[in-house]
Design a protein around this ligand. Structure first.
Ligand SMILES: NC(=O)c1ccc[n+]([C@@H]2O[C@H](COP(=O)([O-])OP(=O)(O)OC[C@H]3O[C@@H](n4cnc5c(N)ncnc54)[C@H](OP(=O)(O)O)[C@@H]3O)[C@@H](O)[C@H]2O)c1
Length: 323
């Protein structure tokens, strides 16, 4: 592990120096990202948004890895390619959790093998069941080991489990430099009111919440609380989730003409651009194990986004589709 990981500021500085002065020493994909100002070599600029509390800019499309708990080399191969594609854009979010089977360990292994730790914004989670802070601390120490890093860019309390009890520890670890941002997550509408209350009670950098065109409940509770407090918003299950994926409902539905007005060429891009069009949203973390789908999702993070009027039109279209 190199020194840059001990000091995140040095790490960012080194990244800046590398991008400005040493482009030729980089692999081709990294050089493309640098020389095209972060577009990954595509025509339209990738959209970056700042986490309000730190001002740190992240690409608006990241990666969810709840299906990365795999075992064999064959299973790991496409995941390695997904990560390579994602890392073309500096500071891309990778979201994981100790509860996603051995996903953290698989990510730690692949990220080290690819040498891309410096290009990623690594986010994981912890819990303090029954307010057991010692258990949460043990879990976080295991995450550092599995992810093979000395600094975690974002640590979130998973599903609010023990949030009030363990958040003071997260604040301490952030002050000590082991964590760079802290937050909470939920993917249940039943927890939205409690999530909004926690946003008000604690100084959180980020809240991660479920939101898609099929489930817009966070607009009424979590989004306004986050906007009022200056809390960044990451969207989980932005494509409806692995079990409730939005794609079944549009399987035989051609893309409407209006999709081209904001540059969407697939249903995934329509869904993700719809999500990103909400002003409260910092980034979305669609889950994928498929490199072609990763590229499709990354394309949603470039070019135009639907404005408020177009978002209403997408909602009306979705709501009128047969169940
Ligand atoms: N409470 C929490 O904290 C919480 C809860 C749930 C999720 N999360 C996080 O949020 C992430 C995202 O949620 P999710 O992965 O459950 O659901 P999701 O992102 O809404 O959807 C993932 C599903 O969409 C498919 N998909 C992805 N891109 C596609 C594309 N371009 N075209 C067609 N299909 C596509 C994936 O299949 P392929 O793999 O074949 O691409 C997978 O079946 C998770 O991975 C996890 O990191 C957090």
């Amino acid at each position: 592990m190199n020194d840059a990981h001990h000091n995140p500021y040095r790490r960012r500085l080194l990244q800046g120096v590398a991008l400005a002065g040493a482009a030729l020493a980089m692999p081709v994909w990294a050089r493309q990202a640098a020389t095209t100002a972060g577009t990954g070599g595509h025509d339209e600029a990738a959209i970056l948004r700042a986490i309000p509390s730190s001002g740190e800019r992240i690409p608006v499309i990241g990666l969810g890895t709840n299906a990365y708990g795999v075992q064999t080399a064959e299973e790991k191969a496409p995941l390695r390619t997904v990560l390579q594609h994602l890392a073309r854009l500096e500071n891309s979010v990778v979201d994981t959790a100790p509860s996603y089977r051995n996903s953290e360990a698989v990510l730690g292994e692949l990220i080290e093998e690819l040498g891309i730790r410096e290009r990623l914004f690594l986010a994981t989670k912890c819990t303090a069941p029954d307010d057991d802070v010692a258990a949460g601390i043990a879990q976080m120490e295991a995450s550092f080991a599995h992810l093979r890093t000395d600094t975690i860019d974002l640590m979130m309390v998973h599903n609010l489990n023990g949030a009030d009890a363990i958040l003071p520890t997260l604040v301490e670890w952030k002050q000590a430099g082991r964590l760079r941002h802290i937050g909470i997550t939920t993917s249940s509408n039943q927890q939205h009111a409690e999530t909004a209350a926690l946003i008000e009670r604690h100084a959180l950098d980020v809240v991660q919440v479920n939101y898609s065109v099929d489930n817009r409940a966070a607009e009424d509770t979590v989004f306004p609380a986050a906007q009022a407090r200056g809390t960044g918003v990451l969207l989980n299950v932005p494509l409806g989730g692995r079990r409730g994926s939005l794609f079944g409902r549009v399987r035989d539905v051609p893309l409407p003409d209006w999709a081209a007005t904001f540059g969407a060429t697939s249903w995934a891009q329509v869904f993700l651009k719809y999500n990103l069009g909400h002003p409260a949203v910092t980034a979305a973390i669609p889950g994928t194990t498929n490199p072609a789908n990763m590229d499709d999702n990354l394309a949603a993070g470039r070019g135009a986004l639907p404005d408020a009027e177009m978002r209403r039109r997408i909602e009306a279209f979705w709501d009128a589709l047969p169940g």
